[in-house]
Design a protein around this ligand. Structure first.
Ligand code: SF4
Length: 251
């Protein structure tokens, strides 16, 4: 696969998974143990092609799966799930939530009137300044940026996107700092030697020491379809966990 522009990819995808303020979802709602309990809506379509991704058809063929949901319907489904299970957290996951910005902002404005906290899980590629300014208006929001690898070369190898995307994501992280948005950085370390992690941490310290305080390690979970993807890409993780052996601190 030749390297691609993930912003152009997001634009192409939005023609498939976004219709005005509605967004395509393939599973909604889903309860789960992550973050100590969270209600989730799983959306279709991502602008990266990670070799360890656990999303199959909804990522690779979003035109063939899912249904469109309005922000109101998504909000009702996940808050109902949260009420039923006594969760305090909500999220849109499964693929990349920021591809449908209008939709996401409307969901956030509905969550803002509740006691719930919304975890925005994102690959960080689409957090431009205009969008970050919009996000900075919400109190019930925590942004979790998941960075794939510790440097531009690893990022390109893992995601298929241009290596310079890595630095663009770090610029976006700086915007989150500048606009005082509650966030943390998670980094996929399964494919990185320790010395690369050390170098990344040095770089992050220069952006803001608080990034290191809330630094989250991410590792590959070896679900059967993830193993298949890794084999196809001829990429082997240095550290990974079987689904039954995931350490508690990673849940
Ligand atoms: S960013 Fe997440 S959803 Fe997108 S390809 Fe990578 S792992 Fe899959």
């Amino acid at each position: 696969m030749s390297p691609f522009d993930c912003r152009a990819k997001a634009q192409e995808l939005s023609d498939i998974v976004v219709k005005d303020t509605a967004r395509k979802y393939y599973r909604i709602p889903r309860g789960g143990r992550w973050y100590g309990g969270i209600a989730t809506a799983d959306c279709c379509g991502c602008n990266l092609r990670c070799v360890f991704c656990w999303s199959n058809k909804p990522r690779d063929n979003p035109e063939k799966v899912g249904e469109f949901y309005t922000p109101e319907k998504v909000f009702n489904e996940i808050t109902h799930c949260a009420q039923t299970h006594n969760y305090h957290l909500l999220r849109i996951s499964g693929n990349e939530p920021t591809i449908a910005k209008k939709h996401l902002l409307k969901v956030l404005s509905l969550v803002e009137k509740t006691k719930y906290l919304f975890i925005l899980e994102t690959n960080g590629t689409l957090l431009d300044e205009e969008f970050v300014v919009n996000l900075s208006k919400f109190r019930n929001l925590h942004v979790r940026v998941s960075l794939k690898g510790t440097n531009p070369e690893e990022f390109a190898m893992l995601t298929g996107a241009f290596p310079e995307t890595f630095d663009m994501i770090l610029d976006h992280v700086k915007l989150l700092v500048d606009y005082r948005i509650r966030f943390n950085l998670a980094v996929m370390l399964s494919f990185s030697p320790d010395k690369h992690t050390v170098m990344l941490k040095e770089l992050l310290k220069k952006i803001s020491p608080t990034i290191i305080e809330n630094f989250e390690e991410e590792y590959v979970f070896l679900y059967p379809h993830v193993v298949k993807r890794l084999k196809k890409a001829h990429v082997e993780p240095l550290t990974a966990y079987t689904p039954g052996g995931i350490p508690k601190k990673l849940i």
